[in-house]
Write a protein that binds this ligand. Structure first.
Ligand code: SAM
Length: 280
């Protein structure tokens, strides 16, 4: 690998920026922004502010995954001998932001690739929500059209995972109502303006939160976190009796109790006692 005179090894540097508070730019990220030969950005006006904050005077190039193929190819070419930093308007590049195709092509070309980890609104909101974090699915922005939105929600409704959505204020109430309809009225959290002056997190069920924001769409940037589906409610005594009676027609009492306990997810000994009562 060639080493560049500017002090950074040639290759691609994926640089996470702040999601609001400039103080969240890491010192290492700031250093890369000062030393890179070129900084690929979404919007030069937005990134100019961060570069000033980092004390960087390096040149910027606008880059989107839908930029002409030639733009991406030239950047990948430059990575052979120069350091290219990739920066988003906010947070971590590639997370609902450009960069995936650039990383894909840089990898295919065998370039050195490294990342400077930092803030992402999805993870920040997850930590604020008070909802389970052991298993989560990042959903990004839901489609705007009703049918496509319903389909996207339907695809994940059965997953036992916390769901993470990016949203905008004007669409918030309607999206929360659609989530309640397709996912069930689960526990949820709406976080907005994380790390900024008016940071706020509201919690409640999806229907409650939808009602809360219906007449007052919130300003600023928003993440919605939706908890996993609840446990199935315990079977009623009548349903358990019916299942036991049916099983006892085919099986000895203890086997019938075992089968029904497994099927309904209830205690086998209690079912056995009830089966003996029914038999008597
Ligand atoms: N790459 C970014 C990241 O790592 O979080 C996300 C970019 S995406 C285009 C922008 C969306 O992220 C916003 O519409 C909002 O949903 C969410 N977002 C960004 N900053 C936020 C903040 N400070 N508070 C809440 N949500 C934020």
């Amino acid at each position: 690998m060639e080493t560049q005179s500017y002090g950074l090894e040639a290759g691609l540097y994926i640089v996470a920026g702040p999601i609001g508070n400039l103080g969240d730019l890491t010192p290492r990220a700031a250093q890369v922004l000062r030393l890179a030969d070129v900084v690929a950005v979404e919007d030069t006006r937005v990134s100019a502010r961060l570069l000033r904050h980092a004390g960087s005077e390096r040149p910027m190039i606008p880059y989107h995954d839908h930029s002409a193929e030639g733009v991406r190819a030239r950047l990948v070419e430059r990575m052979a001998s120069e350091s290219v930093a990739l920066l988003s308007d906010a947070g971590t590049p590639l997370i609902s932001d450009p960069g995936y195709k650039l990383v894909r092509d840089a990898r295919a070309a065998g370039r050195k690739i490294t990342t400077l980890p930092g803030p992402s609104a999805a993870i920040a909101a997850l930590t604020l929500s008070g909802l389970p974090t052991d298993r989560f699915l990042f959903m990004g922005f839901l489609p705007a059209k009703q049918k496509a939105r319903g389909d996207a929600l339907g695809e994940v409704a059965a997953l036992r995972a916390t769901l993470v959505f990016y949203e905008s204020g004007p669409r918030l109430s309607e999206s929360l109502a659609a989530m309640a309809e397709h996912l069930g009225d689960r526990e949820a959290a709406v976080s907005r303006e994380i790390s900024k002056a008016f940071e706020e997190t509201a919690t409640g069920t999806l229907a409650e939160l939808s009602a809360r924001y219906a007449d007052a769409p919130p300003k600023g940037e928003i993440v919605v976190i939706v908890g996993p589906p609840g446990e199935a409610p315990p079977p009623s005594a009548e349903d358990a009796d019916a299942a036991l009676r049916e099983a006892m027609e085919r099986l000895p009492v203890s086997k019938a109790a075992g089968e029904v306990a497994k099927k309904l997810g209830v205690d086998r000994r209690a079912l056995y006692a009830r089966a003996m009562e029914l038999k008597g």
